[in-house]
Design a protein around this ligand. Structure first.
Ligand code: KIV
Ligand code: ZN
Length: 403
């Protein structure tokens, strides 16, 4: 394996880290429904849960391994602390999967070593090596994460990664556990790892990040430019505290700006080939499903999947979009599986958008009728946030009756 792969591996952790947010708990059936949709979406790896954490999580990982972990399906993964019992539970739950992965982790930052693990660096180094080797005795595909890597001393981080790879890790994941790093720092950290870990060519470099400062996606994109080839993310960016890097934002940034990213992946700049295996037309549907089942609402102005992401309210924007979408849209709504952009009529809307919507509703007005109706529409729009089709019909009928 090499970090020189020219494709970005999408590792979805909605069912593990995503579920680790207050109120988002899912039952086994709900997890299975989401896992099936993630497979349709085309994610490469599904982190189905933390098998040792509870009997319910064990069963969910096992069920997903059985039903979704089929030939040509995604890799099914379970999280496991660097502890034998965790690794055994993960291996057992993953048995039915054709392609399975154990993801084992241990903290490496001094603050975690001192206050949480109460272990020395030498002890952590030995445990990481021993537990990766133990996981390797169950399967070939092993991921190792040095937790809180972004706050770990770089020299110690290089040592831990080298030992984990030598013990059999095929993916080394670099978590920004507390969402502390900035894009240029994170990019430099990935570059440092690739330059200083002697056996790094034997593993894929992955990144994992939280959104405490709202920087997770930006950090990941910088990591890609510096050699990361697996991105760990969740649908709608749900997860611990402020959440994880959002899958839809990452995938669409890599898609819309692929010509910018192509050279970093060793591709010709003008290549139109997708950088991920994701079927982007499944994005909106997956977002709705996860929101409905977890009860985690999507904020209206959320990039890509928010209710307003493709909605235009201002008159100038509406007029532009009706003439040519590219004036105010950088991607087609159909790309993420929506039928079209939305023209939302409100007080900022212009005559062109008003006329277009009336036509769609079957009203063909003369210029005089349209002018009168438009004046009335602006009066109503001043009092209401949004004008519905019912309001429009009422406005037009009033104007026509008075004529
Ligand atoms: O945020 C984190 O560090 C994690 C690890 C278990 C990868 O979720
Ligand atoms: Zn996490």
């Amino acid at each position: 394996m090499t970090n020189k792969t020219d494709r970005i591996i999408i590792f979805d952790t909605t069912l593990r880290d995503g579920e680790q947010c207050p109120g988002a708990t899912l039952n086994i059936d709900e997890k299975l429904v989401i896992a099936k949709q993630l497979a349709r979406l085309g994610v490469d790896v599904i982190e189905a849960g933390f098998a040792f954490a509870s009997p319910g999580d064990f069963e969910a990982v096992k069920k997903i391994a059985q039903v979704v972990g089929i030939e040509n399906g995604p890799v099914v993964c379970s999280l496991a602390r660097a502890i034998k019992a965790d690794i055994e539970a993960a291996a057992e739950a993953l048995k039915p999967a054709v392609n399975a992965r154990i993801h084992t982790f241990i903290s490496t930052s001094d603050i975690h070593l001192e206050y949480q693990l109460r272990k020395s660096r030498a002890e952590v180094l030995a445990i990481a090596e021993e537990m990766v080797a133990y996981a390797k005795s169950f399967m070939t595909d092993i991921e190792f994460s040095p937790m809180d890597a972004a706050r770990t001393d770089p020299e110690f981080l290089y040592q831990v990664l080298e030992r984990a790879i030598a013990a059999g890790a095929t993916t080394v994941n670099i978590p920004d556990t507390v969402g502390y790093t900035t894009p240029s720092e994170f990019g430099a950290m990935i570059k440092g790892i690739i330059e200083n870990v002697p056996n790094i060519d034997q593993a894929i470099v992955s990144v994992h990040g939280h959104n405490d400062l709202g920087l997770a996606v930006a950090n990941f994109l910088e990591a890609v430019k510096n050699g990361a080839r697996q991105l760990e993310c969740t649908i709608n960016g749900i997860g611990e505290r402020a959440g994880n890097a959002s899958l839809e934002e990452l995938v669409m940034a890599l898609h819309v700006r692929r010509q910018y990213f192509n050279p970093y992946l060793g591709r010709p700049e003008d290549s139109q080939e997708s950088l991920t295996n994701i079927d982007t037309r499944q994005i909106y549907k997956t977002s709705r499903l996860v929101s409905n089942l977890t009860g985690m609402l999507v904020q209206p102005n959320k990039a890509i999947v928010g209710a307003n992401a493709f909605a235009h309210e201002s008159g100038i924007h509406q007029d532009g979009v009706l003439k040519n979408k590219l004036t105010y849209e950088i991607m087609d709504a159909q790309l993420i599986g929506l039928t079209d952009n939305q023209i939302v009529l409100g007080k900022h809307s212009g005559r062109n958008a008003f006329r277009t919507r009336l036509k769609e509703l079957g009203f063909e007005l003369s210029d005089t009728e349209l002018n009168k109706a438009f004046v009335r529409f602006k009066e109503v729009a001043d009092k209401k946030k949004e004008i519905s089709d019912w309001d429009l019909e009422a406005i037009v009928n009033d104007e026509i009756q008075q004529a």
